[in-house]
Design a protein around this ligand. Structure first.
Ligand code: RM4
Ligand code: MN
Length: 388
């Protein structure tokens, strides 16, 4: 796609979902640096997310993390979101923070622990029913640290059993998005270490199970765009957890560490139909802002995803196809590099102006005075943080 108006409409149609936990305090295992004005509950997190949507126009959905975002009444939370102009997106289950889960959750050798974990996943589907969410995002910290610690194949069996029970509970329009991660917290085996494992489980489950690609969850040097192209072709790409990394699961702002990689990923998405909302690819952020101001960092990440998308949409696919067909390696590569080298900021500024937005979302956010207002008002109580 390269016609300017088509590129602009694709950019206007794209939606990028932001994570509730990105608005809370976060840090490393060494230190969490608290910031003034940080939300103290899920309602305030949604209010911050609404600021991002107000200035970007493309971030109306907010992912929840249960139990971090546990409330009495989820319908009330959803209504609160609507009142702010946003809605609740994916529900992220959390079976990695109880003492019971030391040896695993859904793959734990003890059936009682597995039952508790599966019950939590089912509770998350109940929450989705109340919030109108489509996606249940499952990431398991399950795995082992030492050779011989547990039976690798038996753990796969327990995982399959748990997933099947949750799958059976899904409504017609709901999905399981199964996430994989190479290592951490387990260091010898993870039970869902890679896309192949996630893909195999999703295939067994059926059409309502798809893989989610968290860009920080691979070995260094992994060709993520290959995975994306493969999964899209198979109809199994459920979405992304975007973030960027230099070393491991750094959870830095999307597109910050390697904008070229994000472009290559978005090229495969755009070229293979993944920007069509009907394919259901969810563009989610999964990141934390340890030292930078949170709302502007989320805005910057949304803009980075948009820039990578715009460049991907500018790839001249006809010229690319012709070069590939004739075996002209250099010409084919040049088509991609031309698109990547294009400064798409003026194009995105135009897109924003045409949708009634300030062309500079960060300046628009600063002008609201939200940071000062929340720093003054959100005093007392307990700030939301990782694990809270
Ligand atoms: C995990 C995984 C999940 C996210 C949590 C916070 O590493 O990426 O998607 O929900 O972190
Ligand atoms: Mn993730």
């Amino acid at each position: 796609m390269s016609e300017r108006s088509a590129v602009k409409s694709a950019l206007k149609a794209q939606r990028i979902e932001t994570p509730s936990w990105g608005y809370g305090n976060s840090g490393t295992r060494f230190k969490v640096f608290a910031q003034p004005g940080v939300p103290r509950d899920p309602f305030e997190k949604l209010a911050d997310a609404a600021q991002v949507h107000a200035v970007t126009g493309v971030a109306p959905k907010v992912s929840l993390h249960i139990p971090w975002d546990r409330v009495e009444d989820y319908a009330e939370l959803a209504a609160h979101a609507h009142g702010l102009g946003v809605e609740i997106g994916a529900v992220n289950a959390n079976v990695f923070q109880d003492d019971d889960y030391k040896l695993g959750s859904v793959t734990h050798p003890d059936a009682h622990v597995r039952r508790k974990a599966v019950d939590h996943l089912l509770e998350c589907v109940d929450i989705m029913d109340a919030t109108g969410s489509r996606d249940l995002k499952l990431w398991f910290s399950d795995g082992t640290n030492y050779p011989g610690q547990d039976d690798i194949a038996a753990r796969q069996g327990r995982l399959a059993e748990a997933l099947a029970e949750v799958y059976a509970r899904l409504g017609d329009t709901q999905r399981i998005l199964l996430e994989y991660k190479l290592f951490e917290p387990a260091f010898y085996t993870m039970d869902v270490p890679d896309w192949g494992t996630a893909f195999a489980h999703c295939l067994t489950l059926g059409p309502k199970a798809q893989v989610v690609v968290d860009t920080g969850h691979h070995a260094p040097g992994t060709n993520i765009e290959f995975i994306v192209a493969f999964l899209l072709r198979e109809g199994k790409l459920g979405g992304f957890d975007f973030n960027s990394r230099f070393y491991a699961d750094d959870d830095l702002m999307a597109g910050a560490a390697d904008p070229f990689q994000l472009f290559r990923i978005m090229h495969e998405v755009a070229k293979n139909g993944g920007l069509d909302a009907r394919t259901g690819v969810a563009f989610m952020l999964d990141q934390c802002h340890n030292i930078e101001a949170k709302i502007p960092a989320v805005i910057r990440s949304v803009m980075n995803v948009q820039e990578a998308t715009a460049k991907a949409l500018l790839v001249d696919l006809d010229a690319l196809g012709a070069a590939q067909q004739s075996g002209d390696v250099l010409a084919a590569n040049a088509v991609l590099m031309d698109a990547f080298a294009t400064d798409v900021r003026p194009l995105l500024a135009e897109v924003r102006e045409e949708t009634g937005l300030n062309p500079d979302p960060l300046a628009a956010y600063r002008a609201t005075g939200w940071a000062e207002k929340t720093a003054a008002e959100r005093v007392g109580g307990e700030q939301a943080g990782w694990g809270a």
